[in-house]
Design a binder for this molecule. Structure first.
Ligand SMILES: Nc1ncnc2c1ncn2[C@@H]1O[C@H](COP(=O)(O)OP(=O)(O)OP(=O)(O)O)[C@@H](O)[C@H]1O
Ligand SMILES: [Mg+2]
Length: 235
């Protein structure tokens, strides 16, 4: 029964990711493109007309600015929904970029360190789960922790992958909070646990008032694809 629930849960998360990807592409390919075109058109709207009042020009500038801000918002959203580089650049680079941008936007100091990951061949699912774990961890810190400094460590030490997310914020009562979550519409920590469960790992959270929060995640590194299995057979 446990296996069946795990399968179901996995399927649900996969279809959620697929949906996100579709929305992300739509936002990026259609909506952002149209907005870019709109912005360009606004920029040249008065071209060839010499008798435009400065009032109208000012108004048009405002429209143009608003369009620009909307483009940025749509791009950010599209990116958050599905980081494009996860497939092309690899997980570690993608997390580096995410941390850098997160830091710029929020003023949080983020120290991301990684080791032993490049040689691992991770399944796509695992990559997305790890990425989402870090995303939620950071967003929780931004929303709740009142922290200045974050340290993230992602390390591959055979046969495990270790992920630590630590902040120097105000901390929280983990047990009490997790119990209370059952009656709240909060999904973050629960989905983190769910992801770790799906990867057959463990997650522990240590938090002390005014001493910050430490999230410790340990996953078994499961050799993913048939290629590596075949290799073992061929040897
Ligand atoms: N790093 C942290 N520092 C302090 N408190 C935290 C931290 N992470 C989580 N919490 C506390 O745990 C609670 C549950 O977190 P969770 O991510 O499940 O919900 P949320 O962030 O409030 O909502 P959601 O993630 O659904 O948008 C938070 O409301 C907050 O009180
Ligand atoms: Mg959250």
């Amino acid at each position: 029964a446990e296996d069946r629930i795990r399968n179901l849960s996995q399927m649900l998360m996969q279809s959620q990711e697929y949906e996100r990807q579709m929305i992300s592409y739509e936002l990026h390919d259609r909506i952002a493109q149209n907005l870019s075109w709109l912005k360009m058109s606004l920029g040249t709207f008065f071209k060839g007309h010499s008798d435009i009042s400065s009032e109208l020009i000012e108004k048009m500038k405002k429209f143009s600015n608003l369009t620009e801000q909307t483009i940025i918002a749509v791009r950010d959203l599209s990116y958050d929904l599905r980081p494009p580089g996860l497939d092309e650049m690899g997980l570690v680079t993608e997390i580096e970029i995410y941390c850098e941008e997160f830091s710029e936007k929020t003023g949080l100091e983020i120290d991301f360190q990684s080791a032993g990951m490049h040689t691992l061949k991770l399944a796509d699912d695992t990559k997305i789960h790890l990425y989402r774990l870090i995303q939620e961890g950071l967003n929780n810190i931004r929303k709740h922790a009142d922290a200045g400094q974050v340290t993230i460590k992602l390390v591959g030490v055979s046969p495990n992958i270790i992920l630590r997310i630590e902040d120097d914020g105000k901390g929280f009562d983990v047990k009490a909070r997790e119990l209370a979550l059952d009656n709240e519409k909060r999904m973050g920590l629960r989905s983190m646990r769910e992801r770790v469960n799906l990867l057959q790992g463990q997650m522990t959270i240590q938090s002390r008032q005014m001493k910050g929060t430490k999230i410790f995640i340990k996953l078994p590194y499961l050799e993913q694809d048939n290629e590596s299995k075949e290799k073992h057979i061929n040897y």
